[in-house]
Design a protein around this ligand. Sequence first.
Ligand code: SF4
Length: 290
Amino acid sequence: MLQQTQVKTVIPYFEKFTKKFGSLESLSKANEKKILKLWEGLGYYRRARNLLATSKILVKKYNSKLPKEIDEIKKLPGIGEYTSNVLIALIYNKPTLALDGNVKRFISRILNIEEKKIDFQLFKSINSKNIFNTNRNSDLVEAMMEFGALICNSKIPKCERCPIQTNCKFFSSKDKIKQFKKNNIKKNINIFCYLSKKGQIALTKNNNLGFLNTFYLPQIENSNIRKTSKNWRLLSKYKNSISNKKLNINLYYKFSNNIPADYTWHSIKSNKEFMPSFTKKIFKYVSVLF
Ligand code: SF4
């Protein structure tokens, strides 16, 4: 849940989720719709699907335990280099490094080497003897993440309070590395909503938006693809962000009984079915028409 999502956002979801599924076994028996419903609003729904798939594999193949070998862990759905290292450190206290954005930044500053050049091998070759000289590997991994988030943070590092200031090349160097900036992608899109007089909206899973691909959405196109016909009425212009995508949205609607073949009608008031918050926001706008 914490992947790309802030702790304060995750807490209520985590509490609700773990209350519902108190064990790996109970999670492994859940169906996907239920999991997605609990995840609703948190985004990055692939995480929920992978979590469910992993729970089933662990129960079935590994007697409800996490494998001890990192290569085995990496075979589980959605688990790559970073997550496998976190798990092996936190659960089995193995000496390793979890290179998330915070840790990469903090190491790049200590060594005064550009962030894109920081990888596990480089760090190990330079510093492994000193850094892994502990039997508290799980604490070390967590501490490095927290240190990068709270002290050596992305905006203004708190160097004056930093206990490793004297070992930091970024702090002492006159020739400091340039700091990495995350680029946002700006996109202009048109959303076309077919509406019925019964308070329904036609949705499809066949969108070529490049994100939220497997979920129900209205028709969406890049706004430069075509000019809108007169039959479509502009309802609103608004902005929405998904990850690093900043979307400028023109929302159009028309009442029609004829919808394309791969569309189905959905009530805009029903809360039973899972819908990503991107779609729910559209529901909110079109609800003023009923
Ligand atoms: S001295 Fe500053 S830049 Fe260096 S590790 Fe500490 S907080 Fe980060």
